[in-house]
Structures are given as C-alpha cells and as structure tokens.
Ligand binder design. Structure first.
Ligand SMILES: Cc1ncc(COP(=O)(O)O)c(C=O)c1O
Length: 428
C-alpha cells in the first residue's frame, strides 16, 4: 500500500486530472474511503460532500443495496459483448427507463458516458434524416451557454464562445446557436426571449437535423434555470417545422431539479433523450440514449436500416445492475420529499449570501443551490478553505454551488451552507 506521500508524488508525476495543467496543478486530496455523505481523506479528515461527485451520487457512497446488486452480478458475469447477446440487467433497466421517462421514449441505446450518449443522439438524428432521403439535414440548432460534453460531436454543440471548448472551435463542425433563454424559471415568460430561436429554426429548417438543449437547467454553462414555457415553445415549433428535439438530461435526470426529468416541468416529451451521471447512482460509468418510435422506425425502415454505433462496453451488466438498484432506491424512498426538503433549506439558508458584497445572484431549484459571484472564484485559494471547514465544494468560474446527495440530512446540509457563507463573506 502506498503512503500518502508516495501517492501524491506518483499522482503529481503521472496523473492528469480533469481540466488541469501539469505545470501549474491545483491541489488534489487523497481519498481513503467514502461512506454516506462523507468522503474521508488519507489523513482521516472527513468532508461532507456537496457535489455528489459531479452530480452523480444520489444515495451516498458505499450504499449497501447498490453494493449488493453489483456484487451479485459480479458473481454471475462482469461483462459480455452486447452484439449477439442480451442479459437481464440491461433488459430490466431498459424497461424501467421506458416506464419512468416522458411518454413515447420506447427504445434505449446504452453507451459509456454522457458525452458518448450525446454523440449517439446526434448520430440518431442524422441517420433518421438520411433514411428519409434528406441527407442535407446535418446541422444542429443548440443554445448559447449550453454544455453537452467533451467529445468532438458534443463539443460542436456546446456554446462556441463562452463554453470550455472555444479553443477547438476551428476543428468542430459548424452548427447554429440561438440566444440563451433569458427568461428565468419562476418568472413571467417574455415572448421576446424566444424570438431569436424561432427565427433561426424557421429560417434553417431544411438543413436542421435536430434541436439539442439541456431542459430547464443549463448546467456547466453557468447553472442557469430557465422558464418551462421556453421549452414548451421549442417543442411546439419543432413539431410545426418537423425538426427533431434532443433533450440532454444527463445533469438534470433522476430528480435533481425537483421533477424526475426536467422535461416534466414543461410537460413535454423529446424525440431523443440522453441520460448519464446519476443513472447508476454515481457508481459506474453508464449512459443511455432513448428515442421514440418515429426515430427508431425512421432509422430502421430507411435506406440503411442498421444504426451505426456499438461501444465495446455497451450495456455493461455491472453498471446496469447498479442502475437498476439505484433507480429502485430512488423510487422507493420518497425522493420528491427529500429533494423538496433540500430545496426549502437551500432557499432559506443561502438567502443570506444575497446581500454579501461579492455576490451577484443566488438561485435554487430542486437539490441545486447556486451562489454566483461578481468575479471568477480563485479555485486554488477557495478549495483548501472549504476542505479546512470539512466540506467538499468545488467552484467553477463565478459559481459556488451545491448539488448534495439526496440522503443528506438537515444538519449536514447546514454545515455546507454555513461553510459557503463563511467563505463568501471572507471574499469581501
Ligand atoms: C448536460 C451534460 N451533458 C453531457 C455531459 C457529459 O457527460 P460525461 O462527463 O459523462 O461525458 C455533461 C457533463 O457534465 C453534462 O452536464
């Protein structure tokens, strides 16, 4: 077993972390174990988790039910190729996803990660139109401030300027971007906020394969919550213009926004939906792209009846078993009450931040609490301060936000909100 120093030395020498530099790395904290909402560092310090490991861990760490589901499956088989074989964990999971997602999403394609689920969705849309003989339909209409992942197709539909991928801009396919929805969640809808989207879609309908967006919450692009009426208008116009709609629910799926899927806020069903992150309760990497019968029939009855995608680890049985157990736990354990309690507490306790000089805005939706600063946060400075306070919060850009596991209790959540207030107050 490595000592802490050996571990950090090896890490420093060889390991690349997400969005970091080797020459000027931000600190990393060695983890020894994690249990419930606590992440324990190698020096024994316990941190209350405010991030759900990038929005994926719903039921906390080391959950006995999910552990057992994975171990039981492990004793059967860890993996088999999905070409030519099928298995119970995948079939069960597909049935559950079809049952709990918005009406009409009947077909499920499993893949490895959120970004790949987005690639699959884009390919489904292109292949659908190809099969109809509309081979010119290869452009996507996305939203500014949107984020859909780090692979090339996904990067191509992320905001080209303010997003994280502007440096690759010249190498990406050219798509269309409508103004971000400025109408906020919970505020009266202003029809003018839809005019740019409407104009772009009507003008380019002949070449657009699909609209892609994050429903209600634009996450990594700034944690903005927008009006469900905007989403309803998008659905209506896509129907009218005969353009497919892809909802990227990778961050919002499985209850995070207070509805099981964010599309439910607008009472709409997309043609294609991407799921990932919380799908396995944050245990293993798995994603799903669902589509309706129009899309699957369109692809499979067309010129090229085979859908051209097939990852090696498609429908990995361990990951599917974890997902089945996680969704079961979610549905059985009154997730709505839990998320609603978290929402009420976040609203009450983060409100104090609003009057702090460093703060531009405070907003809460479901189990997401955001404190937006006037200036970008200094991660290298703030992260150790949070760790010192025994909490795990990782700011990005101007945002300090919380997305705790749903099992967090009132006292633990108060430690997180108090920690944020202490640190944000010190910024003044
Ligand atoms: C909305 C959305 N789509 C796609 C992705 C990419 O998912 P992954 O990191 O699993 O590739 C993310 C990740 O943050 C996301 O928030």
């Amino acid at each position: 077993m490595l000592s802490t120093t050996e571990l950090t030395d090896l890490d420093r020498e060889h390991l690349w972390h997400p969005y970091t530099s080797f020459t000027n790395p931000s600190p990393v904290f060695p983890v020894r174990r994690a249990q419930g909402v606590h992440i324990e560092l190698s020096d024994g310090k316990k941190l209350i988790d405010g991030m759900s490991s990038w929005w994926s861990v719903l039921h906390g760490y080391n959950n006995p039910v999910i552990n057992k589901a994975i171990t039981d499956q492990l004793h059967q088989f860890a993996h088999v190729m999905f070409a030519g074989f099928t298995h119970e964990p995948a079939a069960q999971l597909a049935k559950t996803l079809v049952d709990i997602t918005p009406a009409g999403l009947n077909k499920v394609f499993f893949s490895d990660s959120g970004s790949v689920a987005v690639e699959v969705a884009l390919k489904m849309a292109i292949q659908y139109w190809y099969s109809q003989g509309e081979t010119q339909r290869t452009t996507f209409l996305a939203l500014r401030r949107g984020y859909h992942g780090d692979t090339f197709g996904a990067m191509g539909v992320c905001d080209p300027h303010s997003g994280m991928h502007h440096l690759f801009h010249q190498s990406l396919s050219r798509h269309l971007f409508a103004d971000e929805p400025e109408c906020k969640f919970g505020e009266p809808f202003d029809e003018r906020s839809f005019s740019n989207f409407s104009h772009l879609l009507q003008r380019n309908r002949q070449k657009i394969a699909a609209v892609i967006l994050e429903p209600i919450v634009q996450g990594a692009g700034g944690m903005h919550f927008y009006s469900p009426i905007f989403l309803q208008r998008v659905r209506e116009l896509c129907n009218k213009m005969n353009v497919l709609l892809i909802a990227d629910e990778i961050a919002t799926g499985f209850g995070r926004t207070g509805k099981l899927f964010a599309c439910e806020h607008a009472n709409i069903s997309p043609d294609i939906m991407c799921l990932g992150k919380a799908l396995t309760g944050g245990y293993l990497t798995l994603a799903a792209t669902l589509c309706n019968d129009t899309v699957s029939d369109g692809i499979c009855r067309g010129k090229n009846s085979i859908f051209m995608h097939g990852p090696t680890f498609m429908a990995n049985p361990l990951a599917c078993a974890a997902a089945n157990a996680s969704i079961d736990l979610l549905l059985k354990n009154d997730w709505q009450k839990k998320v609603s309690n978290i929402e009420q507490q976040l609203k009450k306790e983060l409100e104090d931040c609003r009057t702090m000089p460093a703060v531009a805005d405070v907003r809460v939706l479901g189990a997401i609490g955001v404190v937006e600063l006037k200036e970008a946060a200094n991660l290298a400075e703030l992260q150790p301060k949070f760790v010192e306070l025994g909490i795990w919060i990782r700011p990005f850009g101007k945002l300090i936000y919380l997305m705790p596991p749903f099992i967090i209790n009132e006292t633990e959540l108060r430690v997180l909100t108090t920690g944020i207030k202490t640190v944000v107050r010190s910024l003044a």
